[in-house]
Every structure is written in C-alpha cells, then in structure tokens.
Design a binder for this molecule. Structure first.
Ligand SMILES: Cc1cc2nc3c(=O)[nH]c(=O)nc-3n(C[C@H](O)[C@H](O)[C@H](O)COP(=O)(O)O)c2cc1C
Length: 166
C-alpha cells in the first residue's frame, strides 16, 4: 500500500486538484480531478478516479490501458490547476498554456506531470459507468451533481503499479 505521507498529501490536495493524465495511442491529455479513492480491492492496491462523459479525457481513457495521477505539493500550482481544470484539450494546447511538462513514467505508457510532487502510475483493471438507478442519496448526489445534465461519471479502477515522489 502507499505510504502514510503519500496518502496524506493525496487526501489533502485532492479537493484543491490533482492532475490526471491519460495516453491512448499517440494522444495525451491532462485534466484535473478532485475525487479519488485508494484502498484494497480484489487483493490489489487500487486507486479509483471518476471521469464525466463530457471530458476529452474520457474519450481517451475509455480505450486506454493506464493513466497517471500527479499530485502537486500542498497548496501549490494553483494557476495550472485552474487552467487544466476548466479548459479542454479540445480547445487548447494545455501544456503550452500552463508550461507543464510531460515526463515518461516508469511502468505505464501514460506520462506524469514533471512539476508535480507525488505520482501514481496506474493500470486500469475495471471500469464502470454510473447507473442513475443506483443512486440512493438522490438529494446529496443526483440533485447536486447530475440534475439536468445527464453527464454522469465513469469510474475507473486501476492497480497502483508505482507511487513515488519526484
Ligand atoms: C478542483 C477540480 C476538480 C475536478 N474534478 C473532476 C473529477 O473528479 N472528474 C471530472 O470528470 N472532472 C473534474 N473536474 C473538471 C475537469 O478537470 C475539467 O472539466 C477539464 O477542463 C476537462 O478537461 P478535458 O476536456 O481536456 O478532459 C475538476 C475540476 C477542478 C477545477
């Protein structure tokens, strides 16, 4: 499992934003995530991320083998997070605009964001589209996040192949 320090940084920084980077064939894209879980599933060290259908990232990750999560040092990289988390790779060269750099991963094909502090290299093992019928907390989940938009999340479960600090 990941170290206590790694978990603490992920947990504290996630609400402010971390970078999710996906490579599929020759195309790479990065967006910001605020939600993820880490734990044990199927006896493996697993991270889950949630990506809405509307994201360019979804178009890539739906057919990808892996992804990375790169976590900035706490409370840093605010401008880069704002850009990567509000603009789409469909409209901008997000790396040029933010001056963030991709760096080869050690174990997966999707690269990491070099400037971030902590990196997860993740191999996708299961994916599941949210079923609206399965939402029990209508007010807290359906009404708050999906009312009128039909833009549900797809949840990607991935084996944590590596987790390290730059
Ligand atoms: C702090 C923060 C957290 C976010 N978390 C998520 C998330 O967990 N899942 C998601 O689909 N979008 C999330 N977003 C929105 C995407 O990052 C945003 O729509 C992005 O522009 C998509 O880029 P893309 O079209 O290049 O994939 C978040 C944005 C911010 C600022």
């Amino acid at each position: 499992m990941i170290s206590k320090e790694a978990f603490e940084l992920l947990d504290n920084q996630l609400p402010k934003g971390a970078f999710l980077t996906v490579k599929n064939n020759d195309e790479v894209n990065t967006m910001v995530i605020g939600w993820a879980t880490v734990g044990k599933v199927w006896g493996k060290d697993v991270i889950t991320v949630m990506v809405r259908y509307s994201r360019l990232t979804y178009d890539l990750i739906k057919n990808a083998e892996d992804f990375t999560v790169s976590v900035p040092a706490l409370d840093t990289m605010k401008e880069e997070i704002a850009f990567m988390g509000t603009k789409s790779g469909r409209d901008f060269d997000k790396y040029k605009e933010t001056n963030l750099h991709l760096k080869d991963s050690k174990k997966v094909s999707s690269p990491i964001i070099e400037e971030a502090k902590l990196h997860f290299e993740c191999k996708i093992i299961y994916k599941q589209a949210m079923d609206p019928m399965g939402i029990v907390d209508k007010e807290g989940i359906e009404d708050r996040f999906y009312k009128g938009n039909n833009d549900y999340h797809v949840i990607f479960y991935a084996n944590i192949e590596d987790c390290y600090e730059n």
